[in-house]
Design a protein around this ligand. Structure first.
Ligand code: ZN
Ligand code: ZN
Length: 331
């Protein structure tokens, strides 16, 4: 049972979402972890939410029993990035809860009241931890894409989402909530396409292959697709996405499958298209996700596992056999 210090709270964990990066982190050798500033070993879990169970000295802004979600990555609160509300860029964020310090795959965790705690109000904390990473990362990507989409006349720009897993279902819902774009959901799994349609995607395509470019053009028109959010990130999805873009279109790479683009940029890229990558999310993204969930615009697709069955949950995650996000609940 960890003890909250001054300015900290003890949280009884309600649920913790599992992330692909947990699997990568579990394989990091001790010396590399230590070089990153991690305290080795540590408990995994960076998508935690729960209830305040005890208050450290000086904490007055929350009460016992309040439902809260926890920011995962560290942020200093003082640097120029934090001051501008862009704490996803804070240089102290190579360490966080669940990577380098003890995370949410536990019954209790401690959290800093100033930097880590996001109040949930009446939202159920069991699956709300997923909003802090899968949800907020999706929000971070979508808000930047929406700000840069080419818009002409009264057309609703079309945005394709490659990969409808944990992040993909959030991404589709955030785009739909924004209201003025048409979503094209792309995934080889028919159940995931059906879920994307339920969530408001207007068009679906069955995965990225040699025919996808012409299918996208059939939907978006010969000028190409205004925006593509690639949550897969293989050679195939990156090339297909970039070559399917409209002039001044935007391609956002979220997926970390390690894909490359081997074609010459200048002739492959449509005129004035933009390509960018995302990492992490800021507190404002988490707060926006909590608000969207509280107002009923976002539902969390979660498969629940007991903490004692966490290994089984990770196995299903690695096999791609989950529906939505795995959430582990203390026994
Ligand atoms: Zn993660
Ligand atoms: Zn900072």
């Amino acid at each position: 049972m960890p003890e909250p210090g001054a300015g900290e709270v003890l949280i009884r964990v309600a649920g913790n979402g599992l992330c692909h990066s947990d699997v990568t982190m579990a394989e990091v050798p001790r010396e590399i972890g230590e070089a990153l500033g991690w305290e080795m070993p540590f408990t995994l879990g960076h998508e935690a939410a729960g209830w305040v169970a005890a208050l450290g000295e000086g904490v007055t802004s929350v009460g016992i029993g309040d439902a809260v979600a926890l920011m995962s990555s560290n942020s200093c609160g003082d640097c120029r990035f934090c001051a501008a509300g862009r704490d996803s860029l804070c240089e102290s964020n190579m360490v966080g809860r669940g990577y380098g310090r003890d995370g949410g795959l536990a019954s209790y965790v401690v959290a800093s009241i100033d930097r880590d705690v996001v109040p949930l109000g009446s939202l159920d904390p069991t699956t709300a931890g997923t909003l802090t990473d899968a949800g907020a990362t999706s929000y971070h990507a979508v808000s930047r894409v929406l700000g840069r989409l080419p818009r002409f006349g009264n057309e609703h720009p079309k945005v394709a989402v490659f990969g409808i897993g944990g992040l993909g279902t959030f991404t589709v819902q955030i785009l739909v909530a924004a209201g003025d774009v048409e979503v094209i959901a792309v995934d080889p799994d028919p159940a995931k396409r059906a879920r994307a349609s339920e969530l408001g995607a207007i068009h679906t395509l069955d995965g990225v292959d040699s025919g996808t470019r012409s299918q996208l053009r059939a939907i978006a028109g010969p000028a190409g697709v205004a925006g593509i959010i690639d949550i897969v990130g293989t050679d195939e999805t990156i090339e297909c996405g970039i070559r399917s873009l409209a002039r001044a279109g935007v391609f956002a790479l979220v997926g970390a499958a390690g894909g490359r683009l081997n074609k010459p940029w200048f002739s492959t890229l449509p005129h004035e298209a933009e390509i960018f990558t995302f990492q992490g999310s800021s507190r404002s993204d988490v707060e926006a996700m909590v608000e969207l969930a509280a107002s009923g615009h976002i539902s969390v697709d979660a498969e629940l596992f007991a903490l004692s069955a966490a290994a089984e949950a990770y196995e299903k995650l690695q096999q791609g056999a989950l529906r939505g996000r795995a959430v582990v609940i203390p026994d």
